[in-house]
Every structure is written in C-alpha cells, then in structure tokens.
Write a protein that binds this ligand. Structure first.
Ligand code: GLN
Length: 454
C-alpha cells in the first residue's frame, strides 16, 4: 500500500474513535498527507526512503514542531507555534515518518492519568471510563486504539512506562542522554527523556534506533555509537541473569498484578534466563526524593512563562501584575502546586534540608542499582502497582496519584533505561505491565528479554 493509503487509514481511524478516546489535541491531517505524498513520490522515482517512510506516528504535544502548535497540555501555551523543530521530530521527518497529530498529556507532563491536561481527558481504550495513565496518556492510548502505528512520549518519573502498562502497549524510557531533549519542553531536565510507544517490541526497537544519537544541541547528550537494536531480538534468554527487585512486591501492590508479574518472571525462566532475587533497600525513597527534585527543577524551568516570550498574555498596568495574572490564568492547579513546592525546596534556608538531601538520596538509589547490576543483566518488577483506575478516582488526592509511579521513578533518578511490556490482564480484562530495567546504555538487553517474552 502507498504511504497516502496508510496515512488515510490512520486518519480515518482517528476520525472514527478519537471523539471517545481523545488521544489527540490536534490532528495534523494536511501535514500528514503532504508528507505521505512526498514519500510516495520518492518511491515512484526509486529514490531512497527512510526506515520509517510512510509510518503514521503520534507525537506528545511537549515536543516542538515548526509551524505546528505545541501546547504542552497547558493553557499558558494555547497559542504557541514553535519557530524551530525538536531534534527527535526532525529525525523522524528525515526517516520519512508521517506525523498524524500531537497527543494529549498532563499539563507540562505533571501527572499520572492525563487528567491534568488543560484541554481534555483522554480515555483508556480498554475501558473508556478509566484513565490511560500519564503523563503521556495520549500517546499510549493512540497506539492502543490503533490511531497510529507508533508514538513518542516523554518520561520524567514514569510517564512512558506507566501509561504503556495501563494501555497494554510497549513503552521504553531510554538511558538519560541517549535521545536528545532539544526541543522537548523542559519539566525536570535531569530526569526528562523521550522514548517510543509501540504495539510490539520490534517496532519499539526500530523507533528507538531512529531517534537515538548524539546531539550537540543537548549538553547532556551522550556521544556513543547507536547499535541496530533489532539485532538484539532473539528468541532465547540463555546465559542471561534476571534479578527480581524484592522491595517492589510489598504493600500497595494489587495482588492480581503481583501474581501476573510473578508468572511472567517464571516464564522468563522457561526461556532460559537465570532468575535471582535482588534487594534495592533504598528503592522506596525514590518517590519522596523525586517529589523534591522534580518540582525544584520544574519551578526553575517554568519561570520562563512570563507572558513576554511565549504563550498567552493578560493585560495589566504593571509588569509584575502581568506576570501574576498570566501565570494565575494559564497554569492549572497541579502545575501551581509543583511550582510552590519547588520554590520552597530551593529557597535559602530550606535548600540543604530538602533539595540537597534529596540529591544525596538519589545517589544512594543509584548505588543500589549499581550493586544489583554487578550480579544481574536486567532487573524486573511490576511497572505500576495497579491496573487502570477510574477517571476522577484520584484527582482529589495528589498523594495517591503520586504513588502510581512508585516503581518507575527510581529508574529516572538513576538515569537507567526502563521498559514496560504487556504481561497479562486482571479479572476486568485490564492490561498489566512488566517493567524491565537495564544498566546504562543496555537497551539491547531490554529488547532481548522483551522480545523473547513477547
Ligand atoms: N507522574 C509523575 C509526575 O507527575 C511523572 C511524570 C512524568 O514522567 N512526566 O511528575
């Protein structure tokens, strides 16, 4: 089939289901068809086409796209049209991918259910009364509902892996620095990382290969050769050691999730892996450390929304009033909460007690992982303590919402790659995810385990 036919199919699917799922903030139909036509023209002329030529893809709306509105799910950026392209979307363009739209997210990627979007609430395609997870809920739901073949999300504390788990798709957060953050609207810069969503492991491997690589425009970019990730897709796990993180099977874990994940781990054994137990005693301090570090960085990053450089502007008589009125109107409640927490934890007199201490805890968590990876190739645990919850169930209780990311957050703090793959269903037919965690730049091993399991 031609790229135009494939793109038209995706756009028709979006037309048919997105009124209910609400994955997309913006469908870029004209742009998509134009791109697809260019791919077909190249094919007709026998010219070289990229690896992703003609593939419909959804992009989380926190990645800048030249001439195409990028809102970050926030009303403060309701009219922001970036004058530049993020590195990842440029790479996708170069590979011939067809962006069909910008997907919904929790405002500035702060949330675990996509209910904090300043525009709409995305539904979980498996049960429309439930959330898709977050913050990349739009990207996860779009792939789960077949509105596009693959998509990109960003993951600061679990925002790719948790929605992948809740929507029954594959989601990968790469090693910090593997994928350029240039043009990704910053949330917590020392944790943010862009990664793929896909319906199978091979697609995720191909997409990661297309977006990874050194970028001089991102000062934290790693200069390392990018392997062909599909070379790791092998059926056997012979010679590989998998470590089960003991601490993740405690309190708060839904028993059905625990049982399903244990069964999945038992299956890894039958595929040839050696399975051992690993203790990460400081894993549970990840959540409190994260909720100091992430808001601290966010409060600083979000200072740029001053009504002058980007987005909406409220009229006022003085400059200070203009800042205050614009920020009061443009930011939602969760974003304001994070700015207040972060401003507090960074302030003179509290910095040592909170921010500095959280950074020390971060180092201890990394040391637990380092010790684990001296004994095993890949660590495993559940991705999320529960399956998809009902919309509205946790909106009035931020702490219970934060607990959704208990098992994904330590991975960001340590800068490691983490993947969620579907591993079964609960009694209500809601998907359950298995999380695979690798050592720095060992995405290949994650792909190997994920592919063999799949
Ligand atoms: N839910 C977490 C938060 O709200 C993680 C979000 C993310 O990974 N972007 O900060």
């Amino acid at each position: 089939r031609s790229a135009v036919e494939i793109t038209t199919e995706a756009l028709e699917r979006i037309n048919a289901v997105d009124e209910q799922v609400k994955s997309f903030l913006q469908v870029t139909a004209d742009h998509a068809l134009e791109t697809a036509k260019k791919v077909d023209a190249k094919i007709a002329k026998n010219e070289e086409i990229g690896l992703l030529a003609g593939i419909p893809i959804g992009i989380k709306d926190n990645m800048c796209t030249t001439g195409i509105k990028t809102t970050c799910g926030s009303q403060i950026l309701a009219n922001f049209v970036p004058p530049y392209e993020s590195t990842v979307t440029q790479k996708l363009k170069d590979a011939g991918a067809v962006m069909v739209g910008k997907t919904n997210l929790d405002e500035f990627a702060m949330g675990s259910s996509t209910e904090n979007s300043g525009y709409q609430v995305t539904a979980n395609p498996w049960d429309l009364s439930r959330v898709p997870g977050g913050s990349s809920g739009g990207s996860a739901a779009a792939v789960a509902a077949s509105e596009c073949v693959v998509s990109l999300g960003s993951d600061t504390g679990g925002s790719i892996r948790q929605p992948a788990s809740l929507c029954g798709v594959v989601g990968l957060k790469p090693t910090y620095g593997l994928v350029s953050r240039y043009g990704l609207v910053a949330y917590a810069s020392s944790l943010d990382q862009i990664g793929p969503f896909a319906r199978n492991v091979e697609d995720a491997a191909i997409l990661l290969g297309a977006i990874a690589g050194y970028d001089a425009k991102d000062s934290t970019s790693i200069n390392t050769p990018i392997p062909d990730y599909t070379q790791f897709l092998k059926p056997s796990l012979e010679g590989l050691t998998v470590g089960v993180i003991d601490e993740t099977f405690g309190e708060g874990l839904d028993p059905v999730v625990a049982k399903t994940v244990q069964d999945a781990i038992a299956h890894l054994k039958t595929l040839g892996a050696k399975v051992v137990n690993i203790s990460c005693p400081r894993f549970r301090y990840g959540l409190p450390a994260y909720y100091i570090i992430a808001p601290s960085e966010a409060s600083s990053n979000l200072a740029r929304y001053d009504a002058v450089k980007y987005g909406i502007r409220e009229d006022a008589d003085t400059l200070i009033d203009m800042y205050t009125k614009t920020r009061a109107k443009g930011f939602g409640n969760e974003v304001k909460r994070r700015i207040m927490i972060g401003t507090y934890t960074l302030s003179a007199g509290y910095y040592d007690a909170y921010y500095l201490k959280a950074q020390k805890v971060r180092t201890l968590i990394k040391q637990d992982f380092d010790a684990g990876f001296e004994k095993v190739d890949v660590l495993v645990c559940p991705t999320s303590p529960t399956t998809a919850f009902k919309a509205g169930e946790k909106t009035s209780d931020p702490l219970s919402m934060y607990l959704s990311d208990l098992m994904t957050i330590p991975v960001n703090l340590a800068g490691l790659p983490g993947m969620s793959i579907p591993c079964g269903f609960d009694e209500q037919n809601l998907p359950i995810g298995l999380q695979l965690i690798g050592n720095v730049l060992e995405e290949g091993k994650l792909f190997q385990v994920a592919y063999a399991y799949e």
